[in-house]
Design a protein. Structure first.
Length: 103
């Protein structure tokens, strides 16, 4: 067991959603769209006059996030999807609270 005594080579840290080593273009795209919509919904939900943006972005982010969670292939995608779904839900809830989907 010479490898037990020698120094181990570690890979540099990479932030990736493809933890299984295969490409998941559609799943990664859905995950990033859901995350972006959730982030927009959350931030605009904090602004009272942006309630329409928060409501619609939150609704789209929530639906896309749920579908993305359904078709996800790796644990990293699922983790980001959960964050996106929560951000979208909070964004749509605050958007509805501040005025809803229409002006």
């Amino acid at each position: 067991m010479p490898q037990a005594l020698g120094p181990t080579e570690s890979e540099p840290f990479r932030l990736t959603l493809n933890s299984d080593g295969r490409k998941h273009t559609r799943e990664n795209t859905l995950t990033m769209v859901a995350f972006a919509c959730g982030l927009v919904a959350f931030v605009s939900g904090l602004v009272v006059s942006a309630h329409m943006v928060a409501s619609w972005a939150g609704l789209v982010g929530f639906v896309v996030g749920m579908y993305s969670q359904y078709v996800s292939a790796t644990t990293a995608e699922r983790s980001v999807n959960i964050v996106a779904i929560v951000l979208s839900f909070v964004g749509v809830a605050t958007g509805i609270y501040h005025g809803g989907f229409i002006p």
